[in-house]
Write a protein that binds this ligand. Sequence first.
Ligand SMILES: [Zn+2]
Length: 142
Amino acid sequence: MQRPIETNVSILSKVARDADPSNPEDLSIAQDLKDTLEAHRDGCVGMAANMIGEPVRIIAFVDEMLGGRITVLFNPRITASAGLYETSEGCLSLDGMTNVRRAERIEVDYMNRKGKNRHAIFDGFTAQIIQHEVDHCDGILV
Ligand SMILES: [Zn+2]
């Protein structure tokens, strides 16, 4: 179910609790996050659950490497990064663009929706989106 986009900075600044994919409530938040991103995919490539008012560590992003399919990661944590560059980013929850420093290539630990621990390497634009959304999970806004 599509949810409204959270714009209250004090809510967005909360550090997300860990998600539990065996908890139906967390799976339902993940589905809502996916539905909300789907509804905004014209102007948005990624979202964290904080952005729908749920401080739970779940992110969703449009994966160009999978033909634009929306991918959901539970408890994503960046374990390594390389190749820093400067760029600017916008956010549906915030006005304007902000200059940020991102890594070209990242390694991420996460859980899939079945609760299995996974590790993956992302680069380029997908890596940039994931870094933005993981920041949201940590209550960091660009
Ligand atoms: Zn954002």
